[in-house]
Design a protein around this ligand. Structure first.
Ligand code: ATP
Length: 333
């Protein structure tokens, strides 16, 4: 660590640049479904019998987790080094047990730093558990081939990263070899096809930092289109906190409904509508599941959830909830 990181701290400007680059790398991994930095076990086999209509259960069994100590992490996860002291790392998750049944929507809520994101990282094996096991369709994720795990689990992060490339190319990252018809179908499902069709270059329109400027909601819908094209049976979603205008918000919500239907999903929830619809809400506090249940039950308990609801979610009730509406007219039409 000192060898690698010491010189960087000495050159603070360089450090900033390196860290910025690494952070965006991390986002790329999220978009491409968190390419794990974990090896495939000898004898690993693919997950069988799952598909778009046969979603598997996702089960956490007494999961404990510590981020790897800085000396152990590979060069690829330099970001962890920046956030980890040389002292042994502390336990971030303890005794986490729950089951997301096939097709269920499980919402993770809780204070900042409670461990919600970490839980989702363990499903896609960005990291491996330090205790217990994570199972998909009854199989320990560590016994699956990485190819099969990547095909099974799809991730949409808060901050959809688009490459400076055409819309077609941005979608093909999700499924190389997809036909234009399949791409258009995914864009339709994500309620963004009308907009793309109205662009002069259609699927060839270049987006990204220096390309066609998409709004936050449009970027999210492209990320959802990527997910639909990939068609994973397990979805991990970090709901955006960014404030979208209500038209965009309504379109994103309709797109998400399509994307999550029939899939087992773990959602880091920020929206009132999501927690209300969730089959199960897990309230994470200090690395443990402090409360669990459905919205009404948890409100009645009058505990941490009721408090979170009052401070975080209830204020949204005052805002105009997006109404179901028709696809917005293509821009410029
Ligand atoms: P938020 O709502 O703010 O996103 P969260 O509930 O998702 O928070 P996590 O991001 O899972 O929380 O973080 C749980 C704990 O693990 C925090 O104490 C955090 O500092 C720590 N942590 C997160 N990522 C790393 C990392 N790569 N290396 C070391 N510690 C980390």
């Amino acid at each position: 660590l000192t060898r690698m990181y010491g010189p960087l701290t000495a050159l603070s400007n360089v450090q900033v640049d390196v860290m910025t680059a690494l952070v965006s790398f991390d986002r790329v991994f999220e978009v491409l479904d968190l390419k794990p930095m974990i090896d495939e076990r000898p004898g690993a086999t693919p997950l069988k019998g799952v598909g778009p209509r046969r979603a598997p259960a996702v089960r956490f069994e007494r999961v404990g987790f510590r981020y790897p100590a800085a000396e152990e992490v590979s060069l690829a996860s330099l970001e962890s080094i920046a956030r980890t002291d040389t002292a042994p790392s502390r336990e971030v998750l303890r005794d986490v047990t729950f089951t997301a049944e096939p097709g269920e929507l499980v919402a993770l809520v809780g204070p900042s730093g409670a461990g919600k994101t970490t839980i989702t990282h363990l499903v896609s094996r960005l990291y491996d558990v330090t205790e217990g096991a994570v199972r998909i369709g009854g199989r320990d994720v560590r016994d699956l081939t990485l190819e099969s795990l990547r095909a099974t689990v799809g991730v949409v992060s808060q901050d959809a990263h688009l490459f400076h490339d055409s819309i077609r190319a941005n979608l093909l990252y999700a499924r190389p070899g997809a036909t234009d018809e399949e791409i258009v179908e995914a864009l339709r499902g994500a309620h963004i096809w009308n907009l793309v069709a109205s662009m002069p270059d259609g699927l060839d329109t270049v987006v990204g930092d220096r390309g066609y400027r998409l709004s936050g909601g449009e970027k999210q819908r492209l990320a959802i289109a990527r997910l639909l094209l990939k068609a994973p049976s397990v979805v991990i979603l970090d709901e955006a906190t960014a404030h979208l205008d209500s038209e965009s918000e309504a379109a994103v919500q309709r797109a998400l409904k399509t994307a999550l239907a029939g899939r087992t999903s773990l959602v880091i929830a920020h929206r009132l509508s999501t927690i209300r619809e969730a089959d199960q809400i897990l309230v994470v506090q200090d690395g443990r599941i402090a409360e669990r249940g459905r919205h009404e039950e948890l409100l009645l308990e009058g505990g941490l959830y009721a408090e979170l609801y009052r401070t975080q979610f209830a204020p949204q009730a005052g805002r105009r909830e997006p109404e179901p509406e028709n696809e917005p007219e293509p821009m410029g039409a």
